[in-house]
Design a protein around this ligand. Sequence first.
Ligand code: R5P
Length: 290
Amino acid sequence: MIVPGSSSQALASALATELNKPLAAVTYDQFPDGETLAAVPEFDGDRAIIVATTDTNDTWVELLQLQDAVIEAGATEVITVIPYMGYTRQDRAFKSGHPVSARAMARAISPTTDRVILINPHERSVADFFDGHVTICDAAPHLAESLPSGLSEPLFIAPDAGAIELATAVRDEYGTGSTDYFEKTRHSGTDVDMNITDTDVSTRDVVVVDDIIATGVTMSTAVGHLNDGGAARVYIGCIHPLLARGARTRLERAGIERVIGTDTIEREVSAVSVAPTVAAAIEAVDIETR
Ligand code: R5P
């Protein structure tokens, strides 16, 4: 059975269709003191495929509860799909006394799952924090599907060096265009500097590609530079459209043509579904273990 977390209901449903598996009825409640209770009252399968984005502290707790609930209900195998794994940007102790939060989260969910599937985690090395088998899926090429055909001299650009592989993957799938990246220095959560690239963007269509849009400061800074350089249209694509803290407005004000995101986080911009990518990963695991 496919078991949806509260923030991944559309994706879980799409995955159920892809895999032709039943979708479990899940209840999500909250007690007056703030504690959550996610339950699977009618779980009747032997394998549970939990699909739960953990973009908030409550959804992390919910995932732990769903894992425990399906085991309690008799699941013999648990696959945990975390479309967007929160806390992955805290992948090391940045200051003395800080936790490695991504590791703490991975350790919490490892004992109650047989396998984990992640979609474009911020760093691939997060997989090492889990005890069991981890599959990492790349949804970046699918962002190209939502771009219009016939972009003018397209440039696929990453807002920092770390995202150049994503920009290249989208370009490769789109089939034409060049790639580049900005040099980015982050001073705080909402203060980033970017060096303008030497690439001439004048009258060109530009696609900026990143893994996450959180506050939108990174993307809007990039978009500002591109518009100052005379770009024709600027599209932005991301795997995880977190879009926190007024990000959507910030992006519009920067002068974008369109935001394209995936349904790892379900937002109005989530035009691309990762369901086929996750289904293929599960089927590959099944073939491997047969
Ligand atoms: C950072 O390295 C990430 O790849 C993203 O660029 C970053 O998380 C985006 O954050 P924000 O939208 O808050 O600038």
